[in-house]
Design a protein around this ligand. Structure first.
Ligand code: SAM
Ligand code: TMP
Length: 408
């Protein structure tokens, strides 16, 4: 029997509430000729009975996920490019306006955020273990250290470059199970008045929208204000601000500081009260979420199977990491979805992990519109709908599964 899962924040027991079974790595796109066995693990999610943190019960070794071939690029969405540019501008006029200001970004990826800081001539450092995307950041004039951030990395940065005014991480902190090492590193690297800002998918939105595809190997933690508040306290930090964000299907930007260094904003207490009011941390609420996930799976498979039986073609839109959970949990393969189109060069002409659906460039979609497109990149829906109006005008329909299965 597998050992009982222990919480990666406080060490107590984690109670599982949702099991997706055996899954491949969500970003392990495969060459069509490759016959090697795929790496798999058991994807299940639970909640710590003591500190309330929602987390995966099994951890994938980090080198399996983040390496030279890691394909994800921040620059793939115009909305995200603007999101990062405006945040960088905000940092430049507030936290980074002093002499010798210094910002460190964890998981800077292709440099989309730090590029604006570099252009302003402000001291910065990106820490990024995935080599190919780190090279793209360097090409943008961003200073990058090819490394995993953890306590040892932080101590080395302090020794060579000093402490930082801002430590920032987008869609990265929730990827990292070894949180104690991270937060010890953050505490060492942060200037006395500095802030640690991170933004990740929000448990409140995931439960409300039944967006179960936010759960995969790289999303180890599903944060909420109450679990982050508790996590910060246990590491001698304080949650001083929260900001709801519409991007990536609903996120929260959390700001942590040393206790007493910053005034705690009213938004923190408001979000904590809202979470208490809806019972977000209650196991019963999470178990009902798990029931709805299974209903969405059954409805989606029934719809796709019926459309295919009627002779319709269905194409997937966006080979997202999230879609690995959908296709593998629902058993969706090339018999139901002919191919998935995606703009990311490193994903094109490969097969989706586990489900082995071919990935093609966007032209494969626009050159011969199918009657139905399954919107895997639903978190970029506004951007995609706006640029794919010709598909709708040609009679095409979008199949969506968040918050429930529907055709538009
Ligand atoms: N921040 C970008 C964004 O929001 O678009 C990239 C997010 S991407 C989903 C996660 C990134 O975190 C990857 O580029 C990965 O290589 C990086 N990463 C994973 N573990 C890390 C660690 N311990 N320290 C720094 N970066 C890490
Ligand atoms: P993400 O949901 O993790 O950001 O991944 C989005 C994926 O969808 C990524 O592989 C890029 C792809 N994509 C497109 O193919 N076309 C688009 O218009 C957008 C916004 C994303």
């Amino acid at each position: 029997m597998a050992p009982e899962p222990r919480c990666r924040i406080c060490g107590d027991a984690v109670v599982e509430f949702l099991d997706f079974g055996t899954q491949p790595l969500s970003d392990a796109f495969r060459d069509p000729g490759d016959t090697a066995e795929e790496f798999t693990y058991r994807l299940a999610v639970g909640r710590c009975g003591t500190c309330g943190m929602v987390q995966l019960t099994e951890e994938v070794p980090r080198e399996e996920m983040f390496h030279e071939e890691y394909p994800y690029l921040s620059r793939g969405s115009s909305v995200m490019r603007e999101h990062f540019r405006s945040l960088a501008e905000r940092f430049l006029t507030t936290e980074l306006s002093g002499d010798d200001a210094f910002i460190v970004e964890l998981g800077c990826n292709d440099g989309t955020m730090l590029k604006t800081v570099a252009e302003a001539g402000v001291r910065h450092l990106g820490v990024e273990p995935s080599g190919a995307v780190a090279d793209l950041a360097a090409e943008e004039g961003v200073r990058v250290r090819k490394d995993f951030f953890e306590e040892a990395t932080a101590l080395d940065i302090v020794a060579t470059e000093g402490q930082a005014d801002v430590i920032y991480a987008a869609n990265t902190l929730c990827h990292i199970p070894y949180m104690s090492s991270i937060l010890r590193g953050v505490t060492a690297l942060l200037r006395p008045e500095g802030i640690f800002v991170f933004e990740d998918p929000y448990l409140g939105d995931i439960v409300e929208r039944t967006s179960f595809d936010q759960i995969y190997d790289e999303h180890f933690f599903l944060f909420s204000a109450s679990s982050v508040d508790e996590m910060a306290r246990r590491h001698d930090l304080e949650l001083v601000d929260v900001e709801r964000l519409p991007v990536h299907g609903g996120e929260v930007r959390y700001t942590l500081a040393r206790p007493g260094a910053r005034k705690r904003g009213a938004a923190v207490e408001e979000l904590l009260a809202e979470e208490r009011g809806r019972g977000l941390g209650d196991l019963a609420v999470l178990e009902r979420f798990a029931e709805r996930v299974r209903e969405v799976r059954d409805d989606l498979v029934a719809l796709l199977t019926r459309l295919r039986a009627e002779g319709h073609r269905i194409v997937g839109y966006g080979a997202t990491a999230k879609s690995a959970t959908v296709t593998n949990f629902c058993g969706i393969g090339p018999d139901l979805v002919e191919f998935v189109c995606d703009t990311t060069p490193a994903k094109q002409h490969k097969l989706t992990p586990g489900s082995h659906i071919p990935v093609r460039p966007p032209e494969a979609f626009s050159d011969d519109y199918p009657p139905y497109a399954l919107l895997f990149a639903w978190n970029h829906a506004d951007e995609i709908m706006a640029k794919e109006q010709a598909f709708r005008e040609a009679g095409g329909r979008w199949i969506r599964y968040v918050p429930d299965v529907h055709v538009v």
